[in-house]
Design a protein around this ligand. Structure first.
Ligand SMILES: CC(C)(COP(=O)(O)OP(=O)(O)OC[C@H]1O[C@@H](n2cnc3c(N)ncnc32)[C@H](O)[C@@H]1OP(=O)(O)O)[C@@H](O)C(=O)NCCC(=O)NCCS
Length: 213
């Protein structure tokens, strides 16, 4: 099953002959995550766009959070939060792509672009090379490999941008996220405090995962 999916992705990538997801930064130095754009294949064979979040995504992002069920929202925010404020929308969409990198997975549904998945890493502080990962996939689209794709694209960006360590805080009963990371072979250290599992892995482990993907 996994091999089928991998084969489909490779075949799509060969045939689509898409441009690189990266557009090079001004002056040709380095890669600029703010214009990252890729297409990829979900486990059910659909094609999905994975791109950098933009300031004009606020309404789509609101919809995204509205389509997270209560359990998913709780797992994402660690509280029964159901609404996001204007300020939240600004801080989620108007980001620097240095300390905070956010990707959205989008599909065209009834002619409108919808954000079905969101993946984010945030560096602990300006000088840190350690990134905290988080993601969410709307309930109706979970289980199709979108979360795994978002993590993969995020890790690719993070490694290209010099991130050397990764961490994720996951509620102990969030089996989907714990399984997603465990199945990727990414998590090497874990500790639990007050019901929250703190997971960490290194850049080298991320590279191994990316090479095998
Ligand atoms: C965690 C989450 C992002 C996974 O996204 P997804 O697109 O459903 O995940 P994928 O389809 O890529 O699945 C990857 C792996 O996760 C695991 N998984 C996914 N859904 C699962 C479920 N309901 N139960 C158990 N494991 C599950 C599986 O191991 C799966 O691989 P497999 O089906 O080959 O066994 C999604 O469930 C979600 O948004 N949850 C709410 C928010 C959240 O918990 N965010 C993480 C904390 S920041």
């Amino acid at each position: 099953m996994l091999t089928d999916h991998r084969d489909r992705r490779r075949s799509y990538q060969r045939n689509a002959a898409e441009d690189s997801p990266w557009s090079t930064a001004a002056g040709g130095r380095g890669k600029d995550p703010r214009s990252y754009f890729a297409r990829d294949v979900t486990r059910d064979g659909g094609v999905i766009a994975i791109r950098a979040i933009r300031p004009d995504d606020k309404r789509r992002l609101c919809e995204h959070f509205r389509h997270l069920g209560p359990t998913s929202a709780y797992f994402r925010f660690f509280s029964p939060k159901r609404r996001i404020s204007e300020q939240d929308l600004i801080s989620l969409t108007e980001i620097d792509f240095l300390r905070n990198v956010t990707l959205v997975a989008t599909l065209s549904i009834q002619g409108a672009e919808r954000i079905v998945g969101l993946g984010q890493y945030v560096l602990d502080d300006d000088r840190s090379r350690r990134a905290q990962l988080a993601c969410s996939v709307v309930d109706a689209y979970q289980g199709r490999g979108i979360g795994a794709l978002l993590i993969e694209h995020l890790l690719g960006i993070a490694r290209a941008c010099g991130v050397v360590d990764f961490a994720a805080d996951v509620l102990g009963d969030n089996h989907p996220m714990l399984r997603l990371l465990a199945k990727s072979g990414l998590v090497t250290h874990r500790s639990t405090q007050a019901g929250v599992v703190h997971l960490t892995f290194s850049g080298a482990e991320a590279d191994q995962f990316l090479a095998a993907a």
